[in-house]
Design a protein around this ligand. Structure first.
Ligand code: PMT
Length: 280
């Protein structure tokens, strides 16, 4: 697996503005970890990653996600006093969700408690996730990963991708997609082993959801998996962890409420316990 991960990164196109991103990131972490005893820092990932089919990309495969979960969660983390690194999908269709919750948070940006980092492709997402994880390593238990982005499982390796627009007119198109290595295990074991880590499990078939989420919890050794079913994801989620399963619902009698209001309250509580236990 480690070989697959190394070869994924070695063959990825280099991240644009890498130095600038790293500089902003380090400054953000320094500012927040040294402010009044140190703020907790969470990296929230949001939106779907794209898989380009051409190097000079005209066509791409997309992953479903409106970006609402990540945006609403970010808003709640900021309210709870966290510094948030918001790794989000930049696209016109996602802008509404981002605008709704995060663009309103100009004060948070100005105060230095919100850093917005946009991505589009699977290459950009995973390179930035690694960069953030390594930059947060020294923050230890006070850091958290909240991985709500919908990450592509298949991709076209950069080196086997055609440079120019794929020509049409010569019949059906055959494309072979390689498997994207799962980054959760390496995030937990190498990149940021002391961070509190929450991953998500999305299914469209409710019959297999809980089994898959429980399996992911064991396999990737994350601290909790948020299980959600596509059609009901805005109403309820189940937080699966070693201490049992907790159903979290939107407050139906309050039209302005989101499931993320209760979800983030629970996650923040769990993070507090984790920090306390890590200091013992
Ligand atoms: O954006 P919304 O419309 O509001 O919807 C929110 C959501 C449904 C997208 C969100 O709640 C959600 O479930 N996100 C995760 C969707 C997903 O990609 O699930 P998965 O089962 O394919 O992946 C599970 C986990 O593995 C994820 O935490 C992902 O970060 C991780 N992963 C996935 C692929 C990969 N190559 N490496 C990974 O580490």
């Amino acid at each position: 697996m480690e070989d697959e991960i190394s070869s994924f990164f070695e063959s990825s196109p280099p991240q644009k503005n890498m130095e600038e991103i790293l500089e902003n990131l380090n400054e953000f972490i320094k500012l927040n970890s040294s402010s009044q005893g140190g703020r907790r820092i969470v990296c929230v990932t949001s939106g779907g990653t794209t898989v380009p089919l051409e190097q000079r990309c005209v066509r791409y495969i997309d992953n479903f996600s409106s970006g609402n979960r990540g945006a609403a969660s970010t808003e709640n983390f900021v309210k709870a006093g966290y510094a948030v690194i918001f790794l989000y999908r930049s696209s016109y269709s996602h802008l509404e969700a981002v605008k709704m919750a995060v663009m309103d948070q100009q004060t948070a940006v100005a105060e230095g408690s919100l850093l917005k980092l946009p991505f589009s492709t699977i290459y950009e997402y995973l390179q930035m996730l690694r960069l953030i994880a390594e930059a947060l390593k020294d923050v230890g238990p006070c850091s958290m990963f909240y991985l709500a982005a919908a990450v592509s499982d298949f991709y076209v390796p950069w080196k086997s991708m055609t440079e120019h627009k794929i020509e049409s007119g010569s019949g059906p198109l055959d494309i072979r997609l390689a498997q994207v290595p799962k980054m959760l295990s390496v995030l937990r074991s190498n990149w940021a082993p002391k961070a509190f880590c929450i991953s998500f499990k999305l299914e469209t078939d409710s019959k297999i959801l809980m089994e898959k989420a429980t399996k992911a919890l064991r396999k990737y050794k994350v601290h909790a998996v948020v299980a959600n079913e596509l059609s009901t994801r805005k109403e309820e989620v189940v937080v699966v962890s070693s201490s049992g399963n907790v159903v979290v619902r939107r407050e139906c009698d309050k039209p302005e409420s989101f499931v993320e209001d209760n979800l983030i309250r629970l996650i923040v509580d769990r993070h507090s316990t984790y920090i306390k236990e890590s200091h013992n």
